[in-house]
Design a protein around this ligand. Sequence first.
Ligand code: HEC
Ligand code: HEC
Length: 241
Amino acid sequence: MRPLAQMLLACVVALITGCEHSPGDPPGPIPRPAEVTDFSTLYSENCAACHGANGENGPAIDLANPEYQALVDDATLRKWISGGMPGTEMPAFAQSAGGMLTERQVNALIAGMRQQWWRPNAFAGATPPPYAQPQDGNAHDGEQTYQARCFACHARSRQQITSPDYLALVGNQALRSIIIAGRPDIGQPDWSHLGPGGKTATPLSAQDIDTIVAYLASLRNSAQAANNSPERPAAATPTGR
Ligand code: HEC
Ligand code: HEC
């Protein structure tokens, strides 16, 4: 199985089995799940399996990265945690979206992440590219930028990020967040330290990132089109009546 897929499957299993109390648990009043508003309990029961025990070293983005915390606003965090993140394995948690958490619990998670993982001046004075991925990035330019800025490491990295199997599990916004904020836990540099020069590299521009994400999306989309294609001729074949 693909590495990311395998790890995410393990998360889902941990999530399901982690919710049950085994017969060996000490007796005592167990708070009703909806009453729990303690951040570390909420985080470890709902998020740690995928995002890592302390917000890092999980298969999914490291929420403990101060650059990520500085990049994303509360409304966006609420949107993804409540409703899930399309195109990824990130589930919807709000009761209003079919999940298990109340609005108060989602707010407690956001407040807790800010308190634990947000740092002042996380970008050391630099201005990061905007968080949101636009729709109109130029995939052709992105391929060239990918070759110049990503290929040297990713031709030999563990995770084949240009493989359609990987891209099928990661949405465009998730790619963009990782490119801008980096993943210090697994060795992905942030947008300002990418490329041959490392620490002295010219930071990627917002447009570079728009186009690299569009390029990766185009690899995902053409693979999906190819996967779907066997059905198309069948549907279009005249029935001969
Ligand atoms: C089954 C695995 C899984 C679980 C459980 C999970 N996530 Fe996620 N989450 C993901 C994946 C996958 C992404 C997409 C980003 C990536 O691939 O790293 C994501 C994305 C996110 C994002 C958006 C990142 C961005 O690009 O802005 C936030 C915020 C987030 N998760 C918070 C949480 C919180 C808080 C919890 C617990 C309430 C949680 N997640 C539980 C897998 C999971
Ligand atoms: C200095 C080397 C280096 C450069 C340059 C680099 N990466 Fe990475 N990247 C890594 C390492 C190391 C990882 C950790 C996973 C691995 O080993 O494959 C990683 C992981 C990632 C991940 C997360 C994979 C996952 O597990 O979900 C994404 C997405 C990614 N890189 C995108 C890019 C893009 C896009 C570029 C170019 C803009 C780029 N990287 C440039 C070293 C690099």
